[in-house]
Design a protein around this ligand. Structure first.
Ligand SMILES: C[S@@+](CC[C@H](N)C(=O)[O-])C[C@H]1O[C@@H](n2cnc3c(N)ncnc32)[C@H](O)[C@@H]1O
Length: 303
């Protein structure tokens, strides 16, 4: 049987480089990581990244080190910079879990790691319980935060919602908490689809009103003829979003709305241009740290 043990990679960065590291990890499909302030040197942070041993042989680890060095502009002393250790499967969750804490998002949501009990002071919040597992979506990333912050201001009750790139299922859960009558969640990673289903079950005790689809959005939409969607949320990287816009337009009903996130501030103008070319009207743009979230609408009477 394949080993389920983990490598833990540790290195230090200047605090303002956190965003660029998150962006790169996100791009590489790596979601188990944490950042810790170093008390002694306040402008530095410690990065921890957990990688499954059976997927990371020596050459891929060396390639990964090179990518990080290039990103951080490090030329020498590579051996001193990276600290690799091995974490046994049974210690992995505890080693990772200690970095997770409940997190307030927007005015209404509290993201609660599933092993923590709810404190009474948060009884008035909409609780999203998450078991982070192996999928992206714990609420701490600015792109997810921006989606949740925007969603709580939109009327979702009785709406049909499509969550493209559902990851942990965090946005699908939020949609149902906000009253959506049907949630369709698509992800091209089977671990993410498992995670969407299990986190949905964790929150509601059932999978009612949720339909999950494993596959790439552009293929799923053709195969399953998903149409007349009231609201789409799509938190994926800009390069992937660009290819999805024409099909997102097709599956929205007239006046249907869409949130795009996972876009760096520097990429937003290009995305807005493509939206307009595809008859989607810009409603507003919000931003957090280096990330932008675009809210748009399929204009009335367009086919
Ligand atoms: C940034 S994560 C977002 C997770 C979660 N929705 C959130 O907001 O935190 C992006 C997700 O999109 C999925 N993904 C990437 N490309 C995709 C595609 N072409 N079709 C469907 N899912 C895709 C990835 O597997 C990943 O789970």
């Amino acid at each position: 049987m394949a080993s389920k043990d983990w490598y833990k990679l540790n290195f230090q960065i200047e605090s303002d480089l956190e965003e660029i590291i998150i962006w790169k990890l996100n791009e590489l499909g790596i979601f188990s990581f944490s950042f810790e302030y170093l008390i002694k040197t306040e402008n530095k942070k410690e990065v921890n990244i957990w990688l499954p041993i059976n997927e990371w042989d020596e050459s891929s680890r060396s390639d990964f080190e090179k990518i990080i060095c290039k990103l951080l502009n490090i030329n020498d002393s590579i051996n001193k910079f990276f600290d690799w250790s091995v974490i046994k499967e049974e210690d992995w969750l505890t080693s990772w879990k200690k970095y997770w804490a409940p997190e307030l998002v927007g005015n209404h949501f509290l993201i609660l790691p599933c092993w923590i009990n709810l404190n009474e002071e948060f009884n008035d919040k909409q609780i999203i319980k998450i078991d982070p597992g192996a999928a992206f979506g714990t609420g701490s990333h600015p792109s997810t935060y921006l989606c949740l912050e925007k969603m709580e201001k939109i009327l979702l009750s009785d709406k049909k919602v499509l969550d493209i790139g559902s990851g942990s299922g965090i946005l699908s859960i939020a949609a149902r908490l906000l009253g959506a009558k049907e949630v369709c969640a698509i992800d091209n990673d089977y671990l993410a689809i498992n995670s969407t289903n299990s986190n949905f079950q964790l929150n509601f005790g059932n999978l009612n009103n949720l339909n999950t689809y494993l596959g790439s959005f552009n293929e799923v939409i053709l195969k399953h003829q998903l149409k007349k969607i009231d609201f789409v949320v799509c938190n994926i990287l800009a390069e992937v979003i660009k290819e999805m816009i024409p099909n997102i337009y097709k599956c929205l009903r007239n006046n249907g709305e869409v949130i795009f996130s996972g876009i760096l501030n520097s990429q937003k103008d290009e995305i807005i241009k493509i939206l307009i070319q595809n008859n989607l009207k810009l409603l507003d743009v919000s931003s957090r740290k280096d990330w932008a979230c675009i809210y748009a609408q399929k204009a009335k009477n367009l086919t």
